[in-house]
Ligand binder design. Structure first.
Ligand code: MG
Length: 393
């Protein structure tokens, strides 16, 4: 009876391919169960209360944080991903708590200044094992959060950690045991993790478009060549001619998201019916993801992605920001590597620790952890404290 109740999701009996906490592979350090919350609710709660999650508020997506208060940050992005992911998870009768936990944690390891910061840090770390933001997210929840008396990190379940590690190089996967196996031998994560992954793509494409229109980098007319936008634009204009600009944009974008989500739901439902997986391990053994867009929707999604790359991410105003951001990250890294006494005391203590076991690679890893943990504004302030001579006094 107890098992039956726990297999129920939102009042329904969950299907055998949904992750079920009763068959979870558990936590690295075993803990007693909570009386009221599911294991994946506990994971979500630990993520929401983490320092890394709070810092997402001041980390960039595309537009540097202080450029304007109207734009998305990694925090609002993560909340939007969680909203989309939960809708899909509920539609497919999957584990909503797990899906939400993965979605909220998926960007924890991002550096300041979005992809520009990540590229710069990866370049700096080239001779010291590299920097991957997915792996950094895992490092945060497994090691870097300092919250608990009995363990480092947040001690999350295997299934949440599996979902957080979206990509990983084979070299790094070898050091991760069971969690890294699929990157070496092939295979997929749970359907809940696949949903969080796709919800991320849906969220960032559409809100980068929204932010770019708001920032004036694009005009609605420029998007006539993007079919998914153009069709929704015509729909809105026919239904509400003369609607004010901001409402037009919102009506178009919410319809675009709705189309994508509906497509993922129907396509994935058919794929699940055709494959008929009898367990989560059947899902993991699949050669390709089961949660996906239809082919025609994938083409449209890629068309929008290409448009954004060309017209937004490579826009000269964005490029100026990212070039500057890369310089900040790389100058901070090289200064700390040259002189670790520039680091605050707790980071310096970790340098001494890791240098003993890993040599110069250890020092570089601590510096990368320190920089990756910074918000945009903290990185700019820290750069000023180290390089700005007018701040000597
Ligand atoms: Mg994301």
């Amino acid at each position: 009876m107890k098992v039956l109740q726990q297999r129920k999701t939102a009042g329904r009996l969950s299907p055998p391919y949904a992750v079920d906490e009763c068959s979870s592979r558990g936590r690295l350090k075993p803990e007693p169960r909570d009386e009221f919350r599911s294991e994946f609710q506990r994971d979500r709660d630990r993520i929401v209360h983490s320092a890394a999650f709070r810092r997402l508020e001041y980390k960039t997506q595309v537009f540097v944080n202080h450029e304007g208060d109207m734009f998305r940050t990694r925090l609002t992005h993560s909340i939007e991903v969680a909203q989309i992911a939960r809708t899909i998870a509920r539609g497919l009768q999957l584990n909503e708590d797990l899906t939400e936990a993965i979605a909220l944690a998926h960007d924890l390891g991002h550096t300041p200044f979005g992809h520009a910061g990540q590229d710069a840090l990866n370049e700096c770390m080239r001779d010291y094992g590299g920097f991957e933001h997915n792996l950094q997210s895992l490092r945060i929840v497994d090691l870097l959060e300092e919250k608990y008396a009995q363990f480092d990190g947040l001690n999350l379940t295997f299934e949440t950690r599996e979902g957080i590690l979206k990509h990983c190089s084979k070299k790094n996967a070898r050091g991760l045991g069971e969690l890294g196996r699929r990157f070496i031998q092939g295979g997929q994560p749970s359907l809940e993790a696949q949903i969080a992954n796709l919800a991320d793509e849906i969220a960032y494409n559409n809100h980068d478009l929204d932010d770019a229109l708001r920032a004036g980098l694009l005009q609605v007319e420029d998007l006539s060549q993007v079919s998914s936008f153009d069709e929704r634009n015509q729909e809105v204009n026919e239904k509400w001619p003369g609607l004010p600009h901001r409402r037009v944009v919102h009506e178009i974008i919410r319809r675009m998201i709705n189309h994508l989500v509906t497509d993922v739901l129907t396509t994935s439902k058919s794929a699940i019916d055709a494959l008929d997986p009898k367990s989560v391990d059947d899902v993991r053994a699949c050669g390709v993801p089961i949660v996906s867009f239809s082919d025609s929707m994938r083409d449209r999604h890629l068309e929008l992605k290409r448009f954004l790359r060309q017209h937004v991410y490579r826009h000269y105003r964005v490029h100026r920001m990212t070039a500057k951001a890369k310089r900040v990250v790389s100058e901070l890294f090289h200064s700390f590597m040259q002189d670790s006494r520039l680091l605050p005391p707790d980071a310096r203590a970790r340098v001494y620790d890791l240098e003993r076991s890993m040599g110069e690679n250890g020092r570089a890893r601590v510096v990368a952890d320190y920089i990756a943990g910074m918000t945009d504004r903290f990185a700019i302030a820290e750069h000023g404290r180290i390089f700005d001579p007018s701040r000597l006094t």
